[in-house]
Design a protein around this ligand. Sequence first.
Ligand SMILES: CC(C)(COP(=O)(O)OP(=O)(O)OC[C@H]1O[C@@H](n2cnc3c(N)ncnc32)[C@H](O)[C@@H]1OP(=O)(O)O)[C@@H](O)C(=O)NCCC(=O)NCCS
Length: 166
Amino acid sequence: MKKKEPKIRNASFTDARAIFDMIKKHPNELVPRSISDILQNIDRFVVCEVDGEVLGTVSWAVLPEIGSAKHPSVEIKSLSVDKSLRGTGLGRRLVRSAINHVKALYPEQIIVLTFTPEFFRKLGFVEVPKEKLMYKLYTGCLNCSKYDSPFTCPEVAMALTLKKKS
Ligand SMILES: CC(C)(COP(=O)(O)OP(=O)(O)OC[C@H]1O[C@@H](n2cnc3c(N)ncnc32)[C@H](O)[C@@H]1OP(=O)(O)O)[C@@H](O)C(=O)NCCC(=O)NCCS
């Protein structure tokens, strides 16, 4: 029987386990996330559903700021598309959906740390020096043990600058 069209939709609590499994399938590219973390941030997840199965995920997080920043930065994270569906535009649809959610908040920029810069370049992201994302390095990368330092990690830092609310 023909598979139904993939559907991009907001996640709900019942998706938490499937999201957890999808993220776990990509240990080299994605930072693991606990079920509790996923549940607490479920309103910051969009999924791709095919025939009732979650086969794609994306989420976002607001990065910390000191003081009363009007336009904090937002990070795209936990982006995954099942191997069987890659190359069909779902990754792009997931990221665009995340960007649309985030845009309503008027962040200064959306950032990502990635091993697939070409994919994000096609979505308008440009490479930025990691030094420009120190808050991300201090709050996330600091606890990563894969490399001696974020500056020797091959992940590429990228940003999409958005229009600020006047
Ligand atoms: C990266 C990933 C999400 C891309 O998903 P996808 O559904 O295959 O991507 P799309 O089909 O939407 O591709 C959109 C465009 O990016 C290109 N692209 C996709 N993956 C690419 C890659 N790894 N390298 C270079 N270009 C890539 C596609 O060719 C396409 O280009 P086009 O518009 O010229 O045709 C997917 O490969 C994945 O889940 N990888 C494992 C987890 C991961 O790396 N997540 C990102 C963490 S930041």
